[in-house]
Design a binder for this molecule. Structure first.
Ligand code: AMP
Length: 571
């Protein structure tokens, strides 16, 4: 079924994975020869470009180490302090540093790599499902944000927004996608979502792929249809857009295509009116061949529900990438989300791997200090072993720890394949927001200070993400002592305030209300006893900041004496 373009790309994947070692050496050689003279690398390499010297002298870093350089560039200094190629802008990562999104330098080469990658990662799916570009359109839920301008005048946007802003993307949009650009960039995501679903339903007979970047967004879309189908059908029947869509871009886009279509509206109404919504995606978009969205990592929690709505339509996680670097593609689109592996593409960056070990309650511990640990090259990783990903890119990241933990599941030709294990240091995450142990610690410390004058002492806490109902929410277990007979019934959950990204997601109802479960005195001792009974040495016991074990959760839940839900935060 593969088309010529697709065949060429599949051949390219064969070549890249076969020659992984040589390509990795070339990628590093090129990066070093271009950038050895930058202020950053000069300090470590003194103008030399040998791989051995790079491995010996260049430190393994995090964003905080590179931030001073990146900030200097964002504030107007020339970018050659960090990289030789001129910077064209920044990617905004969904992760934050000091409450601000991380900025990743972007160059023309980065843009070319993304362009190439877009062709590559879809080719395994095209091989299996046929050329969706020729067969019809994609109903892809997409949400762009306005670009931010740095003091130097450089633009910063998320990877997806940058793609939606590209000329190439805009040229193919109306041919390949059901969503007009105005709905993608609608400032109100709910209005944008309504319109994207409306356009997707109007063109339902043409839709060959339903998707979004992440599984949570697809699910959110389906739930939105569940709540709004009557209104959507009315709009389709009358050819008029509902009044609450006030965005002029969306209204203009709608006025160009909407005309009364009572037959289509009746068909959709009959489908939506049925008792069970099992398989609804298939019914609403009968020509859809698959659902494309990332279903691995933190997104795994959404797959069961998505499988219910899609019933039989494969869920395909095409790619693994981040703002820092493009990493891998899924060569087996028919694999179940839990079995998905990403084959690394050796031309995208220079990849190294820091061995980590997985302990008990999902906690990850470094084998030894970074400084003493030998980083492993891409082709030398061992099957079954977990590693933290470290990248060196053409855009000024040198031995940069991405913070993702991956497990080697096998090899394709000479390139390793990885399963995504988890984010390192992220303990709470419902959607794309990430709350680290430090974020939680900070928020609880602030809450403690507010509780104290109210007569409460917060003595113990831990956390958990409850996804038993959608959207998921954060649960905090608190052990509290009331001063002078104070009772926790008087507790005001407003005192618990999380970081900015959390608040945005909470405000948009992507995360449900934060819940504080107050537990009986002694509860955390019982928790400790449990871990000790499982083999943890008492002197080395560290209370988990986030509970992942069912049994541990039961211990806490059986001692709950009060539950409190926080109101929506103001931003
Ligand atoms: P960002 O830098 O905001 O683009 O976020 C990138 C992060 O999303 C990665 O570092 C991963 O933690 C996560 N991510 C991206 N792709 C996948 C995937 N296929 N499976 C699991 N997590 C992913």
């Amino acid at each position: 079924m593969a088309t010529n373009g697709c065949e060429g790309r599949l051949k390219m994947i064969e070549e890249l994975t076969t020659n992984a070692e040589q390509i990795q050496d070339e990628v590093l050689g090129e990066i070093l020869s271009r950038n050895a003279g930058t202020e950053y690398l000069r300090g470590y390499l003194h103008g030399q470009t040998e791989k051995q010297l790079f491995k010996k002298n260049v430190p393994i870093v995090t964003y905080e180490d590179l931030k001073p350089y990146i900030d200097r560039i964002a504030n107007g200094e020339t970018s050659d302090i960090l990289l030789a190629e001129p910077i064209t802008g920044f990617f905004l990562s969904s992760r934050t540093s000091g409450g601000q999104p991380k900025l990743m330098p972007v160059t023309a080469e980065v843009a070319n790599k993304w362009e190439l990658f877009r062709g590559l990662y879809e080719s395994p799916a095209i091989k299996h499902f046929g050329d969706i570009n020729q067969a019809g359109k994609r109903l892809e839920l997409m949400f762009g944000r306005p670009e931010i301008e740095t003091p130097s005048g450089l633009k910063a946007a998320s990877v997806s927004t940058s793609i939606y802003n590209e000329c190439n993307f805009r040229t193919i949009l109306s041919k390949l996608y059901t969503s007009p650009i105005e709905t993608i960039f609608c400032p109100d995501p709910n209005q944008g979502l309504y319109c994207q679903l409306l356009f997707g339903l109007i063109q339902r007979d043409e839709v060959v792929k339903v998707g979004s970047v992440f599984a949570s967004t697809v699910l959110r879309g389906i739930k939105f249809v569940e709540n709004h189908w009557q209104e959507l059908c009315y709009d389709i029947k009358t050819g008029q857009l509902t009044d609450w869509i006030t965005d002029s871009g969306c209204r203009n886009a709608a006025s160009l295509v909407m005309k009364p279509n009572p037959e289509q509206a009746d068909l959709i109404e009959t489908i939506c009116n049925c008792k069970s919504w099992e398989g609804i995606i298939r019914k609403l978009w009968p020509k859809a061949r698959y659902i494309g969205c990332i279903c691995t990592g933190i997104m795994r929690q959404y797959t069961t529900e998505l499988e219910f709505y899609s019933r039989g339509l494969p869920l395909v996680s095409d790619l693994y990438a981040c703002s820092e670097a493009i990493c891998g593609i899924n060569l087996e689109p028919l694999h179940k989300p839990c079995d998905v592996s990403y084959t690394f593409l050796p031309n995208m960056a220079y990849f190294e791997f820091l061995p980590v070990k997985n302990e008990g309650d999902g906690s990850i511990e470094m084998k030894s200090n970074n400084e003493d640990t030998e980083l492993v090259d891409l082709v030398n990783v061992k099957a079954g072993q977990c590693y933290e990903l470290v990248v060196t890119t053409c855009a000024g990241l040198y031995r940069y720890k991405v913070g993702d933990v991956l497990m080697v599941s096998g090899f394709y030709n000479n390139a390793p394949q990885f399963q995504f294990v988890e984010r390192k240091n992220v303990i709470l995450s419902v959607d794309q927001e990430k709350t680290s142990e430090t974020d939680l610690f900070k928020a609880v410390t602030e809450a403690k200070a507010l509780l104290d004058p109210l007569g409460f002492i917060l003595t113990e806490y831990t956390s958990y993400v409850d996804t038993s109902s959608a959207p998921g929410h954060y649960v905090l277990f608190w052990e509290i002592k009331g001063k002078e007979g104070k009772h926790c019934k008087e507790l005001d959950p407003k005192i618990m305030s999380l970081h900015y990204t959390y608040k945005i997601y909470r405000k948009r109802n992507i995360i449900a209300a934060l819940e504080i479960r107050v537990v009986k005195q002694g509860c955390f001792e019982a928790l400790m006893d449990y871990y000790v009974s499982k083999g943890t040495s008492l002197s080395q016991y560290k209370k988990p900041s986030c509970i992942k074990s069912e049994e541990a959760l039961k211990i806490l839940d059986s001692r709950v004496i009060g539950k409190y839900f926080s109101p929506k935060p103001s931003l």
